[in-house]
Ligand binder design. Structure first.
Ligand code: TYM
Length: 328
């Protein structure tokens, strides 16, 4: 039997090349090796205010993008979190086995709540819902970018704690963080990760950006002092980010990319990065347009919902019974 892989992408903004490199591309690469669960965690997105119409639209767009990126709509389980009631149900059981201390240490919560007067409870408990997302499907591996590693570790801790108390119930998942491209950086501030929800749209390249915008954003990316196109994340985070993007989109190992740019100036690097990104994203956008016209998104989501529901329900029933809820 194949091992299980599971991951999700929030519909909280337009997808960036960071999401593509850190998550979608990995799924496309691993889908033959694993039984793959790919879902849209829309319940996570309402931890911060959302416009309902936009949220509905983005849920379908994300699925369209997965498919356009080469994720098979028939070989994988693709579904929407909120269409499977067991996520919220299991999340409550896990919440009752989580500690305030461990939740307060979540760096993403600290970052997202910083400076805010009113902090939603959902923002605080969000990693527990994420643990439920993972444990319901007995996922063996969870590919994500570096920013989600701490959350996957919480899922591991909760699974181990639960299994110890009630007997083997959940598979303990492993994070799968790419060695390379796990943190694509903000183009204007390379100390930060590139984000769907960045305040300045010039800081992120979105998968549906037109060619002109892609070139303009890359040419305007912040580089570092000194010369030399070398991969040195500590001293040259801007240049290293551009090299990483180049390497990912051209499928050239980073050492070869460094050789390729020997003696080049930052401006030359930017031009070539723009070229490979434009080429890849234009192809992707054409495929995406076909997918969105085809009706395949809803077909995929209907089938995915039914498959996922059956699997998640079974796991939830196990957990419910061992903690003593309802009837045996
Ligand atoms: P989200 O929606 O913020 O990001 C989706 C995926 O993209 C990765 N990613 C990046 N990778 C490299 N560079 C970047 N700049 C970059 N930005 C984002 C993220 O690490 C992630 O893999 N909580 C999750 C969604 C989620 C989930 C889950 C994931 C909910 N339940 C269960 C896995 C398993 C999130 O907010 O990801």
């Amino acid at each position: 039997m194949k091992k299980r892989l599971l991951t999700g992408l929030q519909p909280s903004g337009e997808l960036t090349i960071g999401n593509y490199i850190g998550s979608i591309r990995q799924v496309a690469n691993y889908q033959d090796e694993y039984e793959t669960f790919l879902f849209v965690p829309d319940m996570h997105s309402i931890t911060v205010p959302q416009d309902p119409e936009t949220l509905h639209r983005r849920v379908r767009e994300i699925v369209g993008m997965y498919i356009a990126c080469g994720v098979s709509p028939t070989e994988n389980h693709i579904y929407i979190q909120s269409e499977i009631p067991w996520h919220a149900n299991l999340s409550w059981i896990l919440e009752c086995h989580s500690y305030m201390g461990e939740m307060s240490r979540m760096t993403q919560f600290k970052a997202k709540s910083e400076g805010k007067k009113e902090i939603g409870c959902g923002l605080f408990t969000y990693p527990i819902l994420m643990a439920a997302d993972i444990l319901l499907y007995n996922a063996d591996v969870v590919p994500t970018g570096a920013d989600q590693k701490q959350h996957v570790e919480l899922a591991r801790n909760l699974a181990q704690r639960f299994n110890k108390k009630y007997g083997e119930t959940f598979v303990v998942p492993e994070p799968l963080i790419p060695k390379f491209g796990a943190k694509i950086r903000d183009l204007l501030d390379p100390t930060k990760k590139m984000s769907k929800s960045a305040e300045n749209p010039k800081a992120s390249i979105f998968l549906n950006d037109p060619e002109k915008a892609i070139r303009k954003k890359i040419m305007g990316a912040v580089t570092d002092s000194g010369e030399g196109v070398v991969f040195d994340e500590e001293n040259k985070p801007g240049v290293s980010n551009l090299l990483t993007i180049y390497s990912c989109f051209s499928n050239m190992p980073i050492a070869d990319a460094e050789k390729h740019f020997e003696g080049a100036r930052y401006g030359d690097l930017k031009k070539e990065v723009a070229e490979v990104v434009v080429e890849a994203l234009t192809k992707l956008q054409d495929k995406y347009a076909d997918v969105m016209k085809s009706g395949i998104v809803d077909e995929t989501l209907d089938r995915g919902r039914d498959e996922a529901n059956a699997i998640a329900h079974e796991t939830y029933e196990k957990a419910r019974k061992v903690v003593g809820l309802g009837r045996v």
